[in-house]
Write a protein that binds this ligand. Structure first.
Ligand SMILES: [Zn+2]
Length: 363
């Protein structure tokens, strides 16, 4: 608790007057890699109960700050740097987006093209072309549907969820406690609450189509894999981690002819052990990968950590300051480099804060 106060409140307050560029050089965070999921001025039922997201004006303000502080680089610059061992120019910055929402094409790409900012978009192959919806997106739609029902109906639903061993103080918490391994519960719940998830998917089309992805690639954006269907990697066996990764990357290679095999972890890379990274890089399944532990460093030179300005009401400067402060604090303790244990499900390191109900937990 005291440690958290020092790194989250005290250090950012002390660093308030120090230029961000100087903090960057103190922490040695280069490149800085940011990730978002979605940018929209609309209500987005499949996301709104999971995390906050930027509207267009907030996103453009974030980009102005990034352009003032950093030099945007593309994925291939990162790849060249890891392949040759040559360090990137100071203040390098790469922008990424997870989950393959259609707003990448409708909202985000036009802004980035106008500002000349390269970016990488990470897609889960099962959701491309709106063939199916991710568990966490379905849960958000269900929460939105249930909150509009009469109170007595909500009480029945609460009892129904409790009978299925879902814990939590209210309906949203109970629903968001459903893990990937119990996702077969979702169609039963949807039937019980009379929510047409298939109709929602067809009507709303939350994700990109293959045609839109081809257009984004033709516009110069890079794409990477985000698993097949978005499981939490720390809860999978090593074999399944490798399958989800290699099949989703192969899918992108075959369908979109990508030259760099890149990957970002669904729900972040917290508690993913080093045996996964050794396997995936020894077998050359990936060229580069991304986690979401902020600005910490990695023992694996091809694995980069990212921070996110999303899920906060703050502008991006204080968020950056907080991440730099946290990184410096860890550096002072000698814990800036993530220490992964060798085997799955036994390592532990602190990642971006994420309450239980914030199902994304990064990525
Ligand atoms: Zn994701």
């Amino acid at each position: 608790m005291i440690a958290r106060t020092i790194k989250d409140d005290l250090l950012p307050a002390i660093f308030q007057a120090i230029p961000l560029g100087f903090l960057e050089s103190l922490t040695g965070a280069n490149p800085v890699v940011a990730y978002y999921h979605i940018v929209s001025d609309n209500d987005v039922p499949h996301v709104k109960h999971l995390y906050r997201f930027r509207n267009v004006s907030q996103f453009e303000k974030d980009l102005e700050v990034f352009l003032k502080l950093y030099k945007p680089v593309g994925l291939l610059d990162l790849l060249r740097s890891v392949n040759t061992g040559k360090t990137l120019p100071q203040h390098s910055f790469h922008l990424t987006f997870d989950d393959g929402f259609r707003e990448l094409s409708d909202v985000i790409a036009p802004i980035l093209l106008r500002k000349g900012i390269p970016a990488t978009f990470f897609l889960a192959s099962a959701f491309l072309d709106n063939k199916e919806m991710a568990l966490h997106n379905e849960l958000s739609v269900l929460i939105e549907h249930i909150k509009r029902l009469p109170e007595n109906r909500q009480r029945e639903i609460n009892d129904f969820l409790a009978k299925h061993q879902l814990d939590g103080k209210d309906i949203p918490t109970k629903l968001l406690s459903i893990i990937y391994q119990r996702k077969e519960l979702v169609p039963r719940i949807a039937r019980f609450v009379e929510c047409d998830l298939t109709g929602y998917l067809q009507r709303t089309r939350p994700y990109l189509t293959s045609g839109e992805v081809r257009k984004l690639v033709a516009q110069g954006f890079t794409i990477g894999a985000h698993s097949i269907d978005h499981p939490r990697y720390s809860a999978l066996t090593l074999k399944e981690q490798v399958r989800q990764t290699s099949e989703s990357v192969s899918f992108l290679r075959q369908n979109f002819g990508i030259s760099c095999s890149t990957f970002s972890f669904p729900h972040g890379d917290s508690n993913v052990a080093s045996d996964f990274f050794k396997e995936i890089y020894d077998r050359r399944i990936l060229d580069i990968s991304f986690g979401s532990a902020g600005m910490l460093k990695e023992n694996f030179p091809r694995h980069f950590q990212r921070f996110s300005p999303e899920n906060s009401l703050l502008p991006v400067e204080p968020i950056l300051r907080r991440h730099y402060a946290r990184s410096l604090y860890k550096r002072l303790l000698g814990k800036q480099v993530i220490n992964r244990t060798q085997r799955a499900n036994s390592s532990s390191f602190e990642t971006c804060p994420g309450p239980r109900a914030f199902i994304m937990g990064g990525g």
